[in-house]
Each structure stands twice: as structure tokens, then as C-alpha cells.
Design a protein around this ligand. Sequence first.
Ligand SMILES: Cc1cc2nc3c(=O)[nH]c(=O)nc-3n(C[C@H](O)[C@H](O)[C@H](O)COP(=O)(O)OP(=O)(O)OC[C@H]3O[C@@H](n4cnc5c(N)ncnc54)[C@H](O)[C@@H]3O)c2cc1C
Length: 426
Amino acid sequence: MPKYDLLVIGGGPAGSSAAYWGAKRGLSVAVLEKKNFPRDKTCGDGLTPRAVLQLEEMGVLTDLEPTSHRHIGLRTRANQQVLELEWPDHPDFPNYGLCVRRREFDQLLLQAAEKQGAKVFMQTEAVEPIFTANKLGLAGAKIKSSIKTDFSEISARSVIVSDGANSRFGRALGAKRERSWPQGMAIRTYYESVNSSDVWLESNIDIRDKNGGALPGYGWVFPLGDGTINVGIGILSTSKNYTDLNTSKLMTQWANAVDDRWNIDSENPCIDPVGGRLPMGGSVSPKAGTNWMLVGDAAGFINPFNGEGIDYALETGRHSANLIVDNLTKNSDPDFRHVYPEWLEKNYGLYFRIGRAFAKIIGKPAIMKNLTGTGMRSKSLMEWALRIMSNMLRPEERGPAELAYNTIATLLKIKDTGVSKKEGRA
Ligand SMILES: Cc1cc2nc3c(=O)[nH]c(=O)nc-3n(C[C@H](O)[C@H](O)[C@H](O)COP(=O)(O)OP(=O)(O)OC[C@H]3O[C@@H](n4cnc5c(N)ncnc54)[C@H](O)[C@@H]3O)c2cc1C
């Protein structure tokens, strides 16, 4: 049975980032990916400046150039009004984002990890955890592979679980989503459009249900610069009639609403629309055992403000790999159960609490309608909103953010300690 310092389960952005940084820092790394790349992944294909910084630090921006399209900010529409908001200035993050199809993006990232020395097993699924004798840690995983291997298990000193939103492997470790916290659902397709080279991401925050009630979410058009655009719509679970919403119908309405502006034939998408779940705000727990950690969507790390998760996948993948490097070299018996949640709390705790509170507020149609109306009347207010929603507050702005959270929490009588019930028990 092969043995590695680090076994990564899932080769999406979170897994590739973990494998890249682990291998770069000298670990022997194996990545299991159940699909064969290149493969499609349901996504809006939008990368914020936060994600671009991670890609820059992985040295993959030049390789991404031929397949990606740069954008300079967000064009927001609502109530017949339009605001163009450039990405905010920030001391760390670049002032542009990218759009790139996940088919190309995920393959390129995994190849970057491979170039650092990670061993990638494609079409190989981790089907069952192998626990250590005391059950607190993992000794490896049982695998099922479509490629020829002479082993059916891989053993490892540490494991990073990056198997995405459904995270069956994470569930087998006892991790669960905190059901009282918001999640999202989104659906997207592609259209041919002569406006595919537009340099703005476009969103419409004035989304209505069939009775005309305002819905918490937004419709998007993300131009890919290759003659096509990614068109989709996402809704938060805090909407009163969330379970009754028909996303396919919302998608059709949304495509019809943008067809003139984007010059598309809304009846003829390039592929059938496909939807997916968005676990948000760090809602899955526990996120760590003695020698394993959950990262990216497997840990519920999608931003409740805007539904983007690639940046958090890249960041949590990187940080968890760093923790393993730092601990495995110093300590043959590491324990991530406290150190990883502590880092997450320090870096995302307040932000995600504000995000969860925001998701609850905008679930009320009247509040959503008011916020949309007020926001669209003030460009400076919306610029501040974009700074918050893209998690690009400058260090000196964190004080006001905390104040905003406390105000929101008081107004809504939210008792969100930032620790899910499950994590509290772990
Ligand atoms: C409709 C929609 C639109 C979105 N739009 C955006 C957007 O524009 N920008 C943005 O930042 N985010 C967006 N997101 C969220 C984004 O897609 C995720 O946050 C991101 O993909 C998370 O990366 P990940 O690596 O954690 O998981 P994934 O990308 O899901 O990767 C998980 C990988 O693990 C593999 N895998 C699963 N189980 C196993 C197993 N047992 N063994 C081996 N391999 C396994 C899968 O095949 C997959 O390749 C969107 C999501 C949806 C649904």
C-alpha cells in the first residue's frame, strides 16, 4: 500500500491548492480525483480579486492568460437603474478579476500541483475512510479506481478533504451542515454573445418570484471573452418560499430578461442549464480531526454575500497544507482539532457571521426591496457594499464592519456564536 505525508481527496480548486502548497513545501502528496479532467463543473466561472491574488502566488496567471478574460468590476442593475462599480483599491489584492471556464481552470490548477511533485490519481475515488486505532484520526482511505492500480488503499500521515459541496467523504468522518444557517442554490448555462468581451461582470439584484415578491439573490451575466457568456441565477435559503422555488423557471425568466442587452438567443443556450448547492458561511462541522481537515465547499466555505467560493477554496487549501507542513515536521503526532478552527475563526469568523446575518435580513422581501432601492440611489454606498461583499475591506475598515455586525445582530436578535452546534460538541 503506498504511503504519503498528505492525501488530498478531490482535485478541485481547494484540493489543488492544498496539493500545490504541500508539495512545494516538501511533503509527499497524493491527490485522488474521481473524475477524468478536463471536466465541466457547474459554476459562474467568476474569480474575484481575492482569488486572483492566490493564483498569482501559485504562479499560474500567465498560464491562465489564453483561456481567461479580465474584468474591472461589477455592473449592478436594479429598479431600472445601473451602477458600474470598479473593484476597490486594496493594499493586497489586485484591482481586477477573471472569468475562466472551470473545465480549463481546474485542470490547469491540478497540473500546477503535479508540477510541484504531487502524484495525481485521476478517475480514482476515495470510497471509505480508514480510521486510526483510536478513531480520532485517519490512516488513509479505501479507493475505487477506473485506472489500473495494484492497490485498493492509500495510507497517509495526514488527510485534506476537498470533495466539494456534497462531501460524502466528509460526512463519513461525521461532518454535518448546520441546517439553521443559510445555504444557496444556483443554476447556470452559457450563451453565444457578441458582447462576450465586455469588461464588467453584470448582476441584477432585483429578482422576483412568480407573485412579484423580492427574492434574496441575484441573476448574473459573466462574460468569458471567447464569444460566450455565463448566465445564471442564485437564491438564498432564507427566502420564505425557498423550497417551492423552481430554479429552471427563474433561469428562463432571467435569460429572457437579458437577451436584448446581451444579444443572445435565450431559447438556445449552448448547454442545458445545470444547478448546484452552495453551502455557506463555514456551515459544516467539525472541520478537523487529529490529522485531517475539511477545506473549500466540503467545509461550507462559500461567501453568503455573493455565492463565490473559489477564493476560500484556494485559501483554506493553502492554509491547511501549511499547517500540516508546520506540524508534521515538528511533531509526529499532530492535532488540528483546535488550531485549524482557531485560524478559521480569526480569518473568517466575523466576516461570515456578518454574511449569515445579512442573508437572514434579505430573506424578508420588504427589507430586500428597501435595501435594493436605497443602495441603487447611492454609488458611494454601493461601492462600500461591494467592498464588503467581495471581502475586500482594508485592515482599518474592520472596526466599522464589526459595528455593522453587532447592529444587525441586535436588530435581528441573532444568537450566532460562530460555532455550529456540531462544532461546539466536538
Ligand atoms: C451554479 C454555481 C455557480 C457558482 N459560481 C461561482 C463563481 O462564479 N465564483 C466562485 O468563486 N464560486 C462560484 N461557485 C462556487 C464554487 O463552484 C465552489 O465554491 C468551488 O468549486 C469550491 O471548490 P472545491 O475545490 O471546494 O470543490 P469542487 O470544485 O466541487 O471540487 C471537488 C472535487 O472533488 C472531486 N471528488 C468528490 N468526491 C470525491 C471522492 N470521494 N474521491 C475523489 N474525488 C472526489 C470532484 O470530482 C471534484 O472535482 C458557484 C457554485 C455554483 C453551484
